[in-house]
Ligand binder design. Structure first.
Ligand SMILES: [Zn+2]
Ligand SMILES: [Zn+2]
Ligand SMILES: [Zn+2]
Length: 367
């Protein structure tokens, strides 16, 4: 067999068609189908990013503060703010009306009690997160932390506070000025509940946090075999190829089974259940890693539209026992295609690029 033939054979054998089960939440699975021509999905249109520094009509731009509700928090102060937190004018959940919970036969409702806040991430309209000063980006996460703490303290009816960011129309961002949001809600969201439940079950069986286990696995199997004589790389071991970058305190991983093709998760290396307990030193390190990850995604996808959201242990006595089994993390879900009827109907999301290949491309980005 000549070299070309063997290359072809290799490419063919590398085409993957398999269903992968999420190790953390086994009811979540993904279909990885990388064979050429396997393109069942409509690609999301690329958009030109709005890079303007200031827009006169934008309610989030400096000078237009009167267009938003009064600030709940400003950093460093109201006059020279760099980060500004306000209540959402169009709140999904609010605390203005208090209605009793209703049960109508099988249909139940829980009062839409909660808080919905907008974090205006930067005074500059069109700045991307990876273009911000690292110190600024760390301050943004510090602001999230303060709001989480305050909201949990303020009202015991609040069961969970979800912090998230939508960037780009495909990710549901309605205002182009860079911002993130926070929704304090009266229920534990299903996604968080599933992770807590399954990680607790794993802990009871193995006496280990499953997230720590995944990190260990990724780190342990990261190996390169060198030629003893020449010192050249002979082979890279194929397990543990999911690491995108590791810093002193954090790791960015492309999950082995994730719903979105370019999805990346960031975990603290040392076990920690609650994001609020993350120290300033750790936050600086985290912010740097997240910025580089966003830069990698933006480079590989030539402009990334995405959501990110934080999963952390809910407060309250009911979760005291999950301190050792749950591990906070940030999930980044780039939007590169529109889910189809197959995906919505089956719950099986299709990846046409393998997680291994995606991780490789993201790792290879040069700064
Ligand atoms: Zn603006
Ligand atoms: Zn852990
Ligand atoms: Zn999660």
């Amino acid at each position: 067999m000549n070299k070309n033939n063997s290359d072809n054979a290799q490419t063919e054998s590398r085409a993957i068609r398999e269903i992968r089960i999420s190790p953390v939440v086994p009811t979540e699975s993904v279909l990885v189908a990388t064979a050429r021509g396997m393109r069942p999905k409509k690609k999301e249109e690329r958009i030109e990013r709005d890079t303007r520094k200031h827009v006169d009509t934008c309610p989030f731009c400096r000078g237009n503060e009167h267009m938003t509700p009064p600030a709940l928090m400003t950093i460093p102060d109201e006059k020279n703010w760099q980060i500004r937190i306000v209540e959402n004018l169009f709140a999904i959940l609010g605390d203005d009306e208090k209605r009793p919970n209703l049960v109508m036969g099988l249909q139940q409702t829980i009062d839409g009690y909660g808080r919905h806040e907008v974090i205006i991430d930067h005074s500059e309209h069109g700045i991307a997160v990876f273009e911000m000063q690292p110190e600024h980006f760390a301050k943004m996460f510090n602001a999230y932390r303060y709001r989480l703490f305050d909201l949990y303290q303020a009202d015991e009816r609040i069961r969970y506070v979800l912090v998230f960011k939508n960037f780009g129309p495909a990710a549901g961002a309605s205002i182009p000025h860079t911002h993130s949001q926070l929704i304090a809600m009266p229920v534990i969201p299903e996604n968080v509940h599933s992770e807590i439940h399954h990680s607790q079950a794993y802990y009871e069986k193995h006496h280990q946090c499953i997230f720590c286990g995944l990190i260990d696995e990724a780190l342990t199997f990261e190996a390169t075999i060198y030629d003893r004589d020449s010192g050249e790389v002979r082979r890279k071991v194929d397990i543990g190829q999911y690491i995108i970058e590791r810093t002193e305190h954090f790791i960015a991983i492309k999950p082995f089974a994730s719903r979105y093709e370019w999805e990346v998760h960031i975990f603290p290396l040392k076990h920690q259940a609650d994001f609020i307990e993350c120290s300033n030193e750790l936050l600086d390190d985290f912010a740097g890693l997240l910025q580089r990850t966003m830069k990698r995604l933006d480079t590989v996808l030539e402009g990334v539209q995405y959501n990110y959201f934080m999963h952390t242990l809910p407060h309250g006595d009911a979760y005291k026992n999950n301190q050792n089994s749950y591990h906070w993390h940030l999930e980044i879900t780039p939007r590169t295609s529109i889910p189809t009827g197959f995906e919505l109907g089956s719950g099986l999301f299709v990846n046409t690029i393998s997680p291994e290949e995606a991780a490789q491309q993201l790792r290879d980005v040069k700064f």
